[in-house]
Every structure is written in C-alpha cells, then in structure tokens.
Design a protein around this ligand. Structure first.
Ligand SMILES: Nc1ncnc2c1ncn2[C@@H]1O[C@H](COP(=O)(O)OP(=O)(O)OP(=O)(O)O)[C@@H](O)[C@H]1O
Ligand SMILES: [Mg+2]
Length: 326
C-alpha cells in the first residue's frame, strides 16, 4: 500500500493529519501533501495552531493570523493566532457588558478581571480549540490538512475534546433537569420563556460543535492520520507508545511514513567513516520499523541536501511522498 493509493482508494477521507514527535517532518509533509492535492486540482487548506508559524517558514510567506492565504492556485494555508482570538473574545465580553448595562466605559475592576482571565492557559487552549472547530465544520475546501503540534500536545487536544464533551454533557443534563422544574414553575407563574432556555441552547450549541469537530477528526470514513517516524531507536519506541494512546482516542491511524532516510547508494561511494556508520545504523532501524509497523509503513522519504522551504523543494518532497505521481 502506498500513500498515493490510500488517497485514491479513499476519496472521502478529506481530513488529513500528520502526527509525530517534534521536528520529524509533520509540517513538511503537510505542505507537500497540500501541494500534491492542489496540483491535482483539489481545493486544499493546510492549517496549523502552532505559534511558531512554521507554515510561514516553509511557504516563505508571512501568513500568521491572516486567515486563509492563497499560496498557489488551489492551495491555501492558515496559521491560527490564538492571542488574536483571545483579544476578540475580550472585546466581545466588553461589548456585552456595555450593552447590558448601558455603559460607555468598562469599570477598572471588571477590566482587570478580563485581563486576568485572558492570561489563563485554559483561555488560550479554548481559543485554539474554537478556531479549529470553525475551520473543520466549514465546507469550503475539498481537503483539510491539519499540521499538528508535536505528539504530547496533540494528545492533549484530543483528550481535551473528550473532557470538554463529558463536562458539557453533565452540565447540559443538569440544565435539562432544572429546566423541567423551571417550566413547571413557569406554567404555574404563567411565564413563557425562562433564562435557562438560553443557557441550555448555548450549551447544546457548544456540545454540537465539539461533537461535530471531534467526530470528524476521528471518523475513519472522513479522516486519515499518518505518523511520521525517522530511523532512530527512541523515535520508534515513542511512536509505538503514542500510536497505542492515539488508538484509544479512536484516531484513525492510516499508516507510517519514514522520513530522512539517507539514500543507500551513498553508502557505495567514498564517504567518511561516521557517515557509513550512520547508514549502517539506519539499516538496522529501517528493518526495525518494518518489523514494528509492518504493512502500515507506506513510504520512505530521503534526506534532502537542505531544509525544505519554498514551493520547488516542497514539490520534490511531494514527489518522494507520492511517487512522482503529481
Ligand atoms: N527529508 C528531509 N530532508 C531534509 N530536511 C528535512 C526533511 N524533512 C524535514 N526536514 C527539515 O527538518 C526540519 C523539521 O521539519 P518540520 O518542521 O517539517 O518538522 P515538524 O514535525 O513539523 O516539527 P515541529 O514538531 O516542530 O512542528 C525543517 O527544517 C525541515 O525543513
Ligand atoms: Mg511543525
């Protein structure tokens, strides 16, 4: 099974994710896959929540916090700026307070409170989460490629979705119960609507969004998740551990891509001893990867002569990933 084949055989898998430890090539493969699909005529969005702005780096264009930016025909890239979203939240809250109390200025005490909550890490997480939900529930693109943050963090997001979900479920159930009482009370008092209705509606809206997004991202029919590995001992071990954790969260793992493989023909040339040694070690770990992940190993991508930046290099990686079928 090759990577290109998975795309051909599963045309409904329109959400593509590359996961793996830090620095192995997730962003590189996300960009290359986006490039390959765009060249095939699909409208593609590659997006990231990484504050490091690595899509800006690879596409050599500042796109951070600028929404979806067209990189080339059919290829759009977006980097979410969490801070910007938090500022928007804050402004929303201020506006609500102004409207509700007919104020022109936010009292200092309340403003301090707004500032303090924005500094909470949970606020950033929730802003990011919200932005991702906005993207994945949209239907503007043929493909959505989620350039994930390193493993531990990606797991954190996944677990957060399920924690959020459970939490909201509980509150919603509680609200529902309360609403039944409230309705009885309202009938008795001949009132029509209750404030609870609004809160409940809001909670159900949030729950729906979370379910839709985590549903999409873990749906075997719609999503393909690929692990990036390199031929190194620790990476293989960590990937194995992560894969079993991811499986617990129903992440539909479609295969493994081996990156940074030193071309074997190099070994036949005159090369320094340490290089030769590295190539020998690599052979050992490539065998280990095949043994560990078996038929799920989709392809090997060579080590290139320099970092991958710019569309020309991205195109070369796409050729290596998809077998030159561009
Ligand atoms: N096959 C390759 N040949 C040469 N350089 C590569 C190759 N794959 C990746 N790189 C380089 O390695 C670095 C890390 O790659 P990349 O940014 O894609 O990793 P990442 O998994 O997204 O990292 P992070 O976990 O920080 O998001 C980049 O400078 C990239 O250009
Ligand atoms: Mg990256």
């Amino acid at each position: 099974m090759s990577l290109a084949k998975i795309f051909q055989e599963h045309p409904n898998r329109r959400y593509i994710e590359f996961g793996g430890k830090g620095g192995l090539g997730k962003t590189t493969f996300s960009a290359a896959t986006a490039y390959w699909l765009a060249k095939k005529g699909y409208k593609v969005l590659v997006f990231s929540v990484d504050p490091q702005a690595s899509l800006s780096d690879i596409f050599q264009q500042d796109i951070f916090g600028k929404g979806a930016v067209e990189i080339m025909p059919n290829l759009f890239a977006q980097e979410i700026d969490a801070d910007q979203h938090i500022r928007e939240y804050q402004e929303e809250i201020r506006q609500k307070i102004r409207d509700m109390y007919g104020m022109d200025e936010i009292p200092e005490e309340i403003e301090n409170y707004i500032q303090a909550t924005a500094a909470e890490p949970a606020m950033e997480e929730s802003a990011i989460f919200d932005a991702v939900v906005d993207i994945v529930v949209g239907a503007e693109y043929d493909y959505y490629i989620y350039d994930l943050v390193p493993l531990g963090h990606a797991l954190y997001y996944l677990s957060m979705a399920s924690v959020y979900d459970q939490w909201i479920e509980k509150i919603t159930a509680l609200r529902q119960e309360m609403q039944e009482y409230a309705q009885v009370a309202a009938v008795l008092e001949r009132k029509k609507d209750t404030e609870e209705d609004q809160i409940l509606a809001e909670l159900q809206y949030i729950k729906n969004r979370i379910n839709t997004s985590s549903g999409i991202l873990t749906d075997r029919e719609k999503t393909a998740f690929f692990f990036v590995v390199t031929p190194e001992e620790m990476i293989i071990l960590d990937t194995q551990k992560a894969a079993s954790l991811f499986a617990k969260y129903d992440v539909p793992i479609c295969g493994y891509i081996v990156n940074r493989v030193i071309p074997p023909k190099l070994a036949q040339q005159e090369i320094p001893e340490y290089r030769r040694h590295r190539i020998e070690m690599q052979d050992k770990y490539l065998a280990k990867i095949d043994e560990t992940f078996g038929g799920d190993v989709l392809t090997r991508v060579p080590e290139f002569e320099r970092d991958i930046t710019g569309l020309e290099m991205i195109g070369k990686v796409a050729d290596a990933l998809f077998g030159g079928d561009a």
